[in-house]
Design a binder for this molecule. Structure first.
Ligand code: NAG
Ligand code: NAG
Ligand code: NAG
Ligand code: NAG
Ligand code: NAG
Ligand code: NAG
Ligand code: NAG
Ligand code: NAG
Ligand code: NAG
Length: 604
């Protein structure tokens, strides 16, 4: 008998998640910061053992769970997460899609935060201001995301703001991802050596391998995910592609996926039989359990844009189990989209539109913000190419620049006026010069309206994500973008989201209102492209001092050129077995580690 992990969404609107385990204390603090509630979380990050594909390996767990706990909060809540790093290397989490209004200090990327050294803890504190929707968090350093450490973020509507659909009977989060049986350290070593990662070992759903739908393709003894549901009910499925680099087609056998939300925007509600979900993207679907339960049904996540003759093993398969099911499902998986139809995925992407009359974080219709009528102030055409050699290293670039992370975070350097850490000279278009390493930022105009065109000259799908913002996806097409391409833009109901795909040999255009001061990461979500240098930061400075950003947090960790400011850490979280060092030797050790880390990432 294969083992299985089963989960049932409990009755409305309770949450089903079977490894649901975390404590959240919610204090309704009246009269405090904005009068909004606080939610406190205590997370320990450590290696745990798992064998999702039948091979025992080390994965990153949070509170012993892989995937980690779901951060379930409501618009405007203050979130406090104390992260204890029990790994053997520095760690940071980012909150993909959370906008951290005027507060890039909490963004958890190397440009804004010093890494949390091994054995230390650090407390994130941020407000999920003016947001709703489905997002996820993940580790940002050292290829750790390939080992897990991720989990869901749900930002619920406030009670006073109705959902643009009937309250679902249950809520199901699904993480879909490509997966390697090599550790993240081995994977990053491969990339450091200029090697390709090769074909993933399989596709996971919620950290589990596939149901044995085909004896020849799936070995015995793999634990798979079962989603238990009741006939006739409607569930909200929040699906996140948390993988390394593979676009996945998601579908549920015989069931329609009614798209209702993506990355914080309610969409025009449309049925799909399947959806291409690219790395870093999140979608909510309503699924009505309207089948006759003559058997269970397959839930599938299969790779897209790959050579299927070498990828036969790699489909993620979970089971949708009606309480009145007549028995297990068998036979082939539901069909994927036609692989030779190159337009399918782009047409599908273009069909996703914003519901301009739905309320979201605020009761006023989103449609009152008519982005199509705002004048663009800055235009960037950002080109990516396949990895190329720079100073003898295989690197990826944006406009010919491979991002070089300084040992001092950009944001800290800005705060302390440390000069020479970065430049604000990222080019508007690719320059006719050899590719190079640099720490070159986009100089954003505060309250400006920026148009970015991503031009993908690589042969694989890339996705790009901007921290701190939602942007409007207004156009995409094959070929090379020209000024005339603007005639095809959707100026009315392009969806606002935080991660967009750019097809190979194609472009995607976005518009973004730069109203959020800070230094914000713009990155490839494909982990290998990102790790090899495909990122840049956008600096957005409010010239008016009285409308300043959230101040530097008290618990800031210092590193690089500012490491001398690091306070004594004797009060820090101590985990058992590490209490033998004196504070002094520990401080020396830590400073050394940070220095080594700084050097090593400098040469990454
Ligand atoms: C999230 O928490 C709310 C209470 O604030 C609860 O009603 C809801 O069922 C929870 N949702 C999930 C998905 O856990
Ligand atoms: C580390 O955790 C302790 C409690 O365990 C907390 O008091 C302290 O503020 C945390 N340190 C940081 C830097 O967040
Ligand atoms: C858009 O949202 C409105 C308001 O909630 C809702 O009534 C309507 O059905 C939605 N329209 C579509 C096409 O999804
Ligand atoms: C979506 O499909 C369901 C059946 O699964 C149907 O009841 C519903 O009317 C469809 N909705 C739309 C907007 O097409
Ligand atoms: C259930 O539905 C399937 C597929 O639509 C059909 O082949 C089967 O006959 C139905 N079974 C019953 C008991 O209605
Ligand atoms: C797919 O892989 C097979 C086996 O390696 C190879 O023979 C074939 O040429 C590949 N097809 C394409 C389109 O790359
Ligand atoms: C798949 O798409 C190709 C190209 O559009 C078309 O020629 C072919 O007939 C399609 N195959 C199927 C099974 O629909
Ligand atoms: C960055 O842009 C601001 C206007 O938004 C301008 O005042 C400043 O000079 C620019 N800085 C550089 C280095 O170009
Ligand atoms: C990349 O750019 C070159 C030169 O403009 C062009 O010939 C090639 O077709 C492009 N490839 C892709 C995948 O866009």
């Amino acid at each position: 008998m294969p083992s299985s992990a089963s989960s049932s969404p409990s009755p409305s609107p309770c949450y089903y998640y079977f490894f649901f385990f975390y404590f959240v204390l919610v204090f309704l603090v009246s009269g405090s910061f904005a009068g909004d509630p606080y939610a406190f979380f205590d997370w320990t990050v450590s290696y745990i053992t798992a064998s999702p594909l039948g091979v025992k390996q080390q994965v990153i767990g949070i509170n012993g769970k892989f995937p980690g706990p779901i951060l379930n909060v409501t618009t405007n809540w203050n979130v406090v997460v104390n992260v204890k790093n029990q790994l053997d290397e520095p760690f940071l989490l980012t909150w993909n899609g959370i906008q951290h209004r005027k507060n890039s200090w909490q963004d958890g990327v190397l440009g804004t935060n010093c890494p949390i050294p091994a054995g230390w803890n650090w407390t994130y504190q941020f407000q999920v201001k003016d947001q709703i929707g489905s997002f996820f968090y993940f580790p940002t350093l050292s290829f750790q995301k390939a080992a897990g450490g991720y989990g869901g973020i749900i930002v619920n509507n406030r009670d006073i703001i109705p959902l643009p659909f009937a309250l679902p009977d249950g809520d199901v989060t699904l993480f879909i991802s490509d997966w390697y049986t090599k550790s993240h350290k081995e994977l990053r070593e491969k990339i450091d050596n200029g090697d390709d990662l090769g074909v993933p070992y399989g596709i996971l759903i919620n950290g589990f391998g596939p149901y044995r739908y085909d004896d020849a393709l799936v070995p015995e003894g793999i634990t798979y995910q079962i989603i238990n549901i009741e006939p006739g009910k409607t569930y909200r499925f929040r699906v996140h592609n948390v993988g390394v680099s593979t676009s996945l087609n998601f579908r549920i056998q015989n069931h329609n996926l009614l798209l209702v939300e993506t990355e914080g925007s309610y969409t025009v509600q449309q049925n799909y039989t399947n959806m291409d979900i690219h790395v870093g993207q999140s979608y909510s679907f309503l699924v009505t359990m309207d089948q006759n339960a003559s058997s269970d049904y397959y839930i599938v996540a299969s790779p897209r844009y790959v050579n299927s003759s070498v990828w036969t093993k790699a489909s993620g398969v979970a089971i949708l189990h009606y309480s009145n099911s007549q028995g297990p499902t068998s036979g082939p998986l539901p069909d994927p989209p036609n692989e030779s139809d190159t337009y399918f995925s782009m047409s599908q992407a273009r069909s996703i539109r914003w519901n301009v009359s739905a309320s979201a974080a605020r009761p006023n219709p989103q449609g009152s913000f008519k982005y199509g009528q705002i004048d663009v102030t800055d235009v960037y055409v950002i080109l990516n190419r396949p990895a190329e050699l720079i100073d003898g290293k295989l690197r990826t670039t944006l406009n010919g620049i491979s991002y070089l992370p300084p040992s001092t975070p950009l944001k800290l350097a800005q705060q302390y006026n440390v000069l020479g850490v970065y430049k604000l000279d990222f080019p508007n278009v690719v320059m006719n010069r050899p590719p190079k390493f640099d720490t070159s930022l986009i100089n954003g105009t505060f309250k400006g309206f920026m148009e970015i065109i991503f031009q993908n000259n690589d042969t694989t799908v890339q996705t790009y994500h901007l921290d701190g913002y939602a942007f409007f996806v207004v156009g995409m097409d094959f070929g090379v973008w020209t000024e005339n391409s603007r005639a095809t833009y959707n100026k009315w109901d392009g969806v606002a989201r935080c991660t967009t795909q750019v097809f190979p040999g194609a472009w995607t255009a976005i518009l973004v209102s730069l109203d959020n001061a800070g230094i914000w990461n713009l990155r490839a979500q494909n982990l290998d492209s990102w790790y090899m240098g495909q990122e840049v930061y956008v600096s957005v400075v409010n010239p008016e001092a009285d409308k300043s950003e959230v101040p530097l947090p008290d618990n800031t960790i210092y590193c690089g050129l500012l490491s001398s400011l690091q306070r004594d850490q004797s009060h820090r979280y101590k985990f058992s077995g590490s209490t033998t060092h004196s504070t002094v030797s520990r401080t020396i050790l830590v400073t050394l580690l940070i220095a080594i880390y700084g050097i090593s990432i400098g040469y990454r």
